[in-house]
Ligand binder design. Structure first.
Ligand code: SF4
Length: 380
């Protein structure tokens, strides 16, 4: 008897565009002509810190429901999507969270991503952003798995200020030990990110600059941003990058450097005596949307085209329904070509007043702010 073959048809992949012939030969540009170069991959929504600007304790308390493990993308799923992104032009992969080192066996994911190859045969630039709390324990294993470098978030050197800001009573000495371990393991060049908040840690600007000057570590000062809907952001809480620069220049002369890469978020400055460089990330007062080449992948498989996006595009459903690599690439290509996000530039054009609560009459703005995605979900 001749076997009857019944073609299987899975509707869950039907929202995806058909594969495009020759995809990959010509990486897509978005609606504003920006290429796709940088993918930030959030691997967990959990963190052991409760920094007020990211995961304030009053919101992320013991009743907060984190995502169940089954909702998180598995390592093979992340790697498949990263490969699809790489075929569209992504050259840099950054693991984030939450705190990415809380994800069990993160070294295994690092190993899989380190083995990826870009269309030209080279390895992707593979890095990770961490709060440093587990770095002393993990640095060597991460390096051996293929991680190239790390960025450590560190908002103060003063132990009392640091403990108050992480709101988990975590001592600064352990975070500093993590940075030292990363240096010893060869995870460099290391960057340290400091989010500066008016009246909270602005007095730490100079001590931090002095501490890292001459160490080979680039300290970057980040303007406090209105990401998410839970941190109660106010424009008055921002210490503008121009003011930070003036404070640093009163300490010692600095001169500007050219960007290290297209779309780089930090303005780079070098100490005139050759003792290293600092960065200024002026996301509020000097928007850099014009050459923003970043996409974000949430821990549950949604693609976000802007840090301030209010909705993502689900790729986990088609991925788990058996979409082919070509279908995933086509879906991502379509998303990127349609991207017109430039939140910070529009905010600046609007008078740098994204403070939804201050605009009491603007219900649309308030609603958009309230539905903004939290940084702990899509990564910073
Ligand atoms: S606001 Fe959005 S588009 Fe602008 S730089 Fe940030 S992530 Fe990119």
């Amino acid at each position: 008897m001749t076997p009857r073959v019944i073609p299987l048809h899975d509707d869950r992949t039907q929202g995806l565009a058909p594969p495009e012939p020759g995809l990959g030969a010509q990486p897509p540009a978005d609606a504003l002509g920006r290429p796709l170069r940088d993918l930030r991959i959030s691997v967990t929504d959990r963190c052991n810190f409760r920094c007020g600007y990211c995961m304030p304790k009053q919101v992320f308390d013991k009743h907060h429901q984190f995502l169940p493990h089954a909702d998180l993308l598995g390592f093979e799923e992340i790697t498949r999507l990263a490969r699809a992104f790489a075929s569209l032009g992504v050259e840099k992969l950054r693991l984030t969270g939450g705190e990415p080192l809380l994800r069990r066996d993160i070294e295994a994911l690092v190993g899989q991503l380190a083995a990826l190859r870009l269309p030209d045969g080279s390895a992707p630039d593979l890095t990770l952003t961490t709060n440093g709390s587990l770095l002393a324990r993990k640095a060597q294993a991460l390096r051996e798995a293929g991680l190239q470098r790390v960025t450590v978030s560190l908002d103060a050197l003063d132990d009392a200020v640091f403990r108050r800001m992480n709101d988990a009573d975590f001592p600064v000495a352990e975070a500093l030990a993590g940075i030292e371990a990363a240096q010893a393991a060869g995870l460099g060049p290391i960057k340290v990110n400091m989010v500066v908040q008016r009246g909270v840690n602005e007095d730490e600007i100079l001590p931090m600059a002095r501490h890292f000057r001459g160490t080979g570590i680039a300290l970057r000062f980040i303007e406090y941003m209105d990401v998410g809907a839970t941190n109660g952001w106010r424009m008055n809480d921002v210490v503008p990058a121009g003011e930070i620069l003036r404070r640093l220049q009163a300490e010692a002369p600095l001169h500007p450097l050219l960007p290290g890469a297209p779309g780089e978020t930090a303005q780079r400055w070098a100490w005139a005596d050759g003792s290293g460089e600092i960065g200024l990330i002026a996301s509020v007062t000097q928007a850099f949307c014009g050459d923003c080449n970043r996409a974000r992948l949430s821990n549950d498989g949604k693609v976000y085209l802007c840090l301030f996006a209010t909705e993502g595009h689900d790729l986990r459903t088609p991925l788990r329904a058996g979409a082919s690599d070509a279908q995933l690439q086509a879906a991502l290509g379509t998303l990127w070509r349609g991207r017109g996000d430039q939140y910070s530039a529009l905010r600046a054009a609007d008078g740098a007043a994204p403070d939804a609560s201050a605009k009491a009459g603007d219900a649309g703005t308030a609603a958009a702010a309230a539905s903004r995605i939290e940084m702990s979900y899509i990564g910073g």
